[in-house]
Design a protein around this ligand. Structure first.
Ligand SMILES: C[S@@+](CC[C@H](N)C(=O)[O-])C[C@H]1O[C@@H](n2cnc3c(N)ncnc32)[C@H](O)[C@@H]1O
Length: 212
């Protein structure tokens, strides 16, 4: 009987939750996120913020409205993979163009549906920790409707993240957050509900509305 481990067999380091520490097994989604962070996109500078907001919840229920090519989706899935818990429900009226590893992930449920419609509201959990809104055409009415339908589902401490608070350009002039349609909808909604939001500039702007 050998008294020492066989040096020719690789022993994977244990992790705090008893899983494998082999990055090839555990980090495929994180790898995709890291890749997306290197690729120029209209949201690239906010990806770390999306990832950070999605981390560390006891059991994150995340709702994403607007997937397209899955750039924002990659940040949320990476966070869930690293935390090894939680789930992301994503909605888009169009079939998204995303890698197979998203569709194969147990952390993700995609539903092709109107993010403001009954099917989405019935599919998503009643209580959510993180809400992400990135719907074309980013109009005032659409954003106000999305906020009215979805923000009441946020738990205390939960957060709504809205992309394109500084978009679109009008006559080559970039609007500030309070001039953009998404920003104006946030102003009106927060005014009605006595809430506050703040804007992170750049990459078309990211609005952050925390439920205290
Ligand atoms: C700006 S893209 C989303 C980009 C995505 N968040 C990303 O980071 O790659 C907007 C998406 O909203 C979708 N969309 C527009 N109206 C919608 C609606 N009412 N319900 C669901 N999706 C909608 C479009 O099909 C499009 O894919």
């Amino acid at each position: 009987m050998p008294t020492q481990p066989n040096p020719s067999i690789v022993t994977l380091a244990p992790t705090s939750v008893g899983g494998s520490a082999n990055p090839l097994i555990t980090s495929t989604l994180f790898g995709e996120f890291e890749h997306r962070r290197q690729v120029p996109s209209d949201i690239v500078d906010h990806l770390l913020a999306l990832y950070t907001w999605a981390r560390g919840w006891p059991n994150a229920h995340i709702v994403e409205l607007g997937v397209r090519s899955g750039v924002s989706t990659s940040a949320f899935l990476a966070a869930l993979e690293v935390d090894r818990k939680g789930h992301l429900w994503s909605f888009d009226i169009a079939e998204p163009d995303v890698p197979d590893l998203f569709r194969e992930s147990d952390y993700w449920t995609f539903t092709q549906a109107d993010g403001l419609g009954e099917k989405a509201l019935d599919t998503a959990p009643r209580e959510i920790e993180v809400l992400f809104i990135d719907l074309d055409p980013h109009s005032f009415e659409q954003t106000l409707t999305a906020l009215t339908l979805w923000v009441p589902r946020l738990v205390p401490g939960g957060v709504a993240l809205l992309h394109d608070t500084e978009w679109p350009e009008i006559n080559y002039v970039r609007p500030g957050a309070a001039d953009s349609e998404v920003g104006r909808a946030l102003d009106v909604y927060c005014g009605m509900k006595a809430l506050e939001w703040r804007n992170v500039s750049g990459c078309n702007g990211l609005g952050i509305l925390r439920i205290r």
